[in-house]
Design a protein around this ligand. Structure first.
Ligand code: PA5
Length: 475
């Protein structure tokens, strides 16, 4: 794709927040006066994020990923080419921020039944992201791949995550038993110096490794080698992905709500949260964007769910992300969204032009309930249902806004990722919290160490044993 200024404009992702305002929602909506009253806070949040761009010590290295990876991108493309030539399967071993991005880009930009396509119709090897330690899933993955023909991309910043390292132990054992040279079948994406994968790589004689920079946390890492290598293996144009992110960055330069899409949506979400809208529903009208909701759920939940402000005061903030899919969940969740408690903001992701239109043939003319569909396209139907749901929610006084995606491709996906990352950073700054840490995740990780007998966790093991369920309460 040759990017001209005109094409960039055509592919511009926009935010329509009409249905958040009192103009359409009456007293349930956000008034211009309320928005004006938050202008100063929004400006400060913008200044905070802008002045801390690229600072590794604040985990804000992700802001520069669209600009500072020329050499890395070249290396990734070369490595991906080799992997495509040599392997029939590519498996990502990772969890959380090390897995959700690769899954999301795969489903957004590849054929929805990619792995079922014949080799000649795929741009790369069959692709799997293993982000669980469900023993059934592991065994059944091994039923459909041949480790001798598989490249495993182990993605872990710490190299100490039990889930990922368990998977590593299993596949490395299988590779050894199959007589394979481990380093030929592995690619690591990890911290530059710290972390166990660095040690393992040395022991194995140098595994091809990519660095996840100090200032890039897992959930902000999709535009780093964490996401770029799997994407490149799949034949996704990663340069275009980064260009889309850079374009959104440009669109969000101004501290002005009217000119900065990420800032206006962060401010609206902040106001909604303060008014008790504790649930944020993400509802893409696109199968390709289905897993964007999973990626976003981690970004929003892990970044904003905090119990202390930057100034050290106690707080309990955040908004619970809920994943919904248009049109599928119109027939399950939308009843609640329209008539249940006023505790939600619904974000629609609407697609301007789908890559397939799928005309609906004429037929059943004598049955009006069915006949009217003929002559339209499925694209028209899904778009009409999207519009109709937003209308119904608005009529019912429910806060909702729409992120318009002209079409789904590498450029617009890059825009979307950067937009949501910036929105999260602005919202975190408004809430005055550390957006980039995750102490709440650590507690569960440590308790797992204790339960499985990791040295140093004996005290916690005792505590866990003492907290065993009381039979009196088991029925
Ligand atoms: O966003 C995050 O920081 C987490 O979800 C991590 O990505 C996840 O816990 C995996 O950690 P690691 O990359 O160290 O294996």
């Amino acid at each position: 794709m040759r990017l001209t200024d005109d094409l960039r404009k055509q592919l511009r992702v926009t935010v329509d927040y009409t249905n958040m305002t009192d103009k359409y929602l009456g007293e349930k909506g956000i008034s211009q006066k309320t928005l004006e009253a938050h202008k100063k806070l929004a400006k400060e949040a913008h200044a905070y994020v802008t002045s801390n761009r690229g600072k590794d010590e604040l985990f804000m290295g992700w802001t520069e990923l669209p600009y500072n990876q020329d050499e890395i991108v070249a290396d990734i493309l070369e490595t991906a080419k080799g992997i495509r030539k040599k392997f029939e399967y590519f498996v990502v071993l990772g969890i959380g921020g090390s897995a959700l991005g690769p899954s999301m880009a795969f489903s957004a930009l590849c054929h929805l039944h990619y792995n079922d396509l014949p080799k000649s119709k795929r741009k790369g090897p069959k692709f799997y992201v293993e982000d669980n330690v469900d023993p059934v899933r592991m065994k059944e993955l091994l039923d459909v791949i041949d480790v001798k023909k598989t490249c495993f991309n182990v993605i872990s910043k710490s190299g100490a995550t039990s889930e990922t390292m368990t998977q590593y132990l299993i596949v490395s054992d299988l590779l050894k038993k199959a007589g394979c040279d481990l380093k030929e079948h592995l690619v690591f994406t990890t911290d530059a110096a710290r972390g166990n994968l660095v040690k393992i790589s040395k022991e194995l004689g140098g595994v091809k490794s990519f660095v996840l920079g100090d200032g890039v946390g897992g959930r902000f890492s999709e535009l780093s080698p964490v996401g770029l290598l799997p994407a490149a293996v799949l034949g996704i144009d990663i340069k275009l992905l980064l260009k889309g992110a850079a374009y959104m960055d440009k669109l969000c330069k101004a501290p002005d709500l009217k000119k900065n899409p990420a800032l206006v949506s962060a401010t609206l979400q902040y106001i909604a949260m303060k008014e008790g809208k504790n649930i944020g529903v993400m509802m893409p009208y696109s199968e390709n964007l289905r897993y964007l909701s999973d990626w976003y759920a981690q970004l929003w939940a892990e970044s904003l769910g905090k119990n202390v402000t930057l100034s050290g005061e106690k707080c309990n903030v955040g908004q619970t992300p809920v994943k919904a899919l248009g049109v599928t969940d119109q027939h399950s969740q939308v009843q609640l969204y329209t008539e249940g408690p006023y505790d939600k903001v619904v974000t629609f992701l609407s697609v301007g032009s789908y890559k397939e239109k799928s005309p609906i043939p004429h037929g059943c003319e004598n049955i009006p309930d069915v006949g009217f569909l003929g002559g339209h396209t499925m694209e028209e139907l899904i778009q009409a249902e999207n519009k109709a749901t937003a209308y119904a929610l608005t009529k019912a006084g429910r806060l909702n806004y729409t992120v318009n995606v002209p079409e789904i491709n590498e450029f617009t996906l890059g825009e979307l990722l950067y937009y949501f990352e910036l929105q999260t950073a602005y919202a975190g700054a408004m809430l005055n919290i550390d957006t980039f840490n995750q102490p709440g995740v650590e507690a569960g990780k440590k308790a797992t160490f204790a339960l499985l007998g990791k040295p140093g966790y004996e005290g916690q093991r005792k505590e866990l044993d003492n907290a065993a369920p009381d039979p009196a309460y088991i029925v």
